[in-house]
Design a binder for this molecule. Structure first.
Ligand SMILES: Cc1cc2nc3c(=O)[nH]c(=O)nc-3n(C[C@H](O)[C@H](O)[C@H](O)COP(=O)(O)OP(=O)(O)OC[C@H]3O[C@@H](n4cnc5c(N)ncnc54)[C@H](O)[C@@H]3O)c2cc1C
Length: 367
């Protein structure tokens, strides 16, 4: 049986592994012992137990991974000629794994909530709780950033802690510049109702050497000229995503360090190497994770082995999906043209999670 190594078992890696397991020998390598999703930052910070129930799922709970092997370790290199990857384990040992095809899905590092370091379940729990406790102890919160993570954080923190002063500072005229303008039109009302202060035209000065990977308390200065702002907790969500590609040769990467791919998600010049998710330079928004290219990729890997034609990935030009995550009154998912599709609250636990997400998307998740 052909062997496929999936490098990084996050949102895209897990789904690709599930789709390939049983057809080929799948080995998934990841620094976490579970799917620890990068999604829904606001819920993660404000209601970590709710978030963990849906977005932190240990690999042994996925029925679709029963026929795959998972390896807990850090990828440190690849030998493209010999078709092997090197892995460092937490106990200091290293080993190599052979592959017939390699899928690169190591994602990006972004803020303190998405870091590629090797972690145990206990480490993940400690991190989750520490961020929540830090924000719980603050009387005032400044969220810096204009993307979905910032908007979601401001809204969810304000809903969980209405007595705190929560302010959102974003650089443009409106947040969510890569979503359809209707999305902000709708969410602005929601944030205003939650009493979140909306401060447009504020571009923060990132302190020298600061990687935006912790909650800070020092005053925030603005390159746009406003007076510095102080808050007990400053959450930096300015989208400084760095690709987790330090383990790859530079010949595979574009100028920004993301993995170059052709429309069939193959790395140019390397027929047996594929990439998907936030690490793959598929389109300006690098949107192959949310657009569920895992199905296409799994099909292409099998077509590659069978000598059949591969299919192309086509990306929408606007971001879409949920921004705030599940709320007490339901879940809104925005389409690329900015329309909101609403799932009522009752349907989330009874239909959406068990049937659509667990069964439909993940092909079975054990309780
Ligand atoms: C079903 C689904 C629904 C989505 N819905 C939305 C939505 O509604 N709204 C929205 O904005 N976005 C949505 N997204 C997209 C999401 O925001 C991100 O794009 C997605 O989390 C990126 O996944 P990834 O697999 O590329 O990266 P990650 O999930 O970050 O996975 C990368 C993994 O690789 C590991 N890793 C990194 N380096 C190494 C190494 N050297 N060795 C070993 N392991 C390593 C990391 O620790 C991590 O576990 C969705 C995605 C999916 C799949």
């Amino acid at each position: 049986m052909k062997r496929v190594v999936i490098a990084g078992l996050g949102d895209s890696g897990v789904l690709t592994a599930i789709r390939l397991a049983g057809h080929v020998d799948v080995v998934g390598v990841s620094t976490k012992p579970a799917l620890v999703s990068g999604q829904e930052l606001g819920i993660r910070l404000s209601r970590p137990d709710d978030w963990a129930r849906d977005y932190w799922i240990s690999f042994d709970r996925f029925r679709g991974l029963d026929r795959a092997r998972t390896v807990h370790g850090t990828l440190t290199g690849v030998d493209l000629a010999a078709r092997t990857v090197s892995i460092a384990h937490g106990d200091g040992t290293t080993r190599t794994e052979d592959y017939d095809a390699l899928v690169i899905s190591t994602g990006v590092a972004n803020g303190f909530w998405r870091q590629p370091r090797l972690q145990s379940s206990k480490d993940i729990r400690v991190d989750l709780q520490a961020a929540h406790d830090r924000l719980a102890a603050a009387e005032s919160i400044a969220v810096v950033g204009g993307g979905a993570a910032a908007v979601s954080s401001a809204a969810n923190l304000a809903r969980t802690w209405p007595a705190k002063r929560t302010e959102l500072y974003f650089p443009g005229e409106r947040p969510l510049p890569t979503h359809h303008s209707r999305v902000w039109g709708r969410l602005r009302r929601e944030l205003t109702d939650l009493d979140v202060g909306l401060n447009g035209g504020h571009r923060a000065v990132v302190p020298d050497g600061f990687a935006c990977d912790e909650i800070t308390a020092a005053p925030v200065r603005w390159s746009t000229g406003q007076v510095p702002v102080s808050a007990d907790a400053v959450l930096w969500a300015i989208g400084r995503a760095r690709p987790n590609t330090g383990w790859l040769p530079t010949e595979l990467l574009d100028d920004d360090g993301f993995v170059r791919v052709t429309p069939d998600l193959r790395v140019p010049g390397h027929d047996a190497v594929f990439a998907i998710g936030d690490v793959a330079a598929t389109d300006p928004l690098r949107s192959s994770a949310r657009n569920r290219a895992d199905a296409l990729l799994a099909r292409n890997v099998r077509a590659h082995f069978d000598g059949k034609p591969l299919r192309s990935y086509r990306a929408p030009t606007r971001r879409w999906g949920s921004v705030l995550g599940a709320q007490p009154d339901g879940l809104e998912v925005f389409t690329p043209n900015g329309r909101a599709v609403r799932f009522p609250a009752w349907s989330i636990d009874r239909i959406l999670t068990p049937l659509i997400v667990h069964q439909g998307i993940y092909r079975g998740v054990r309780d």
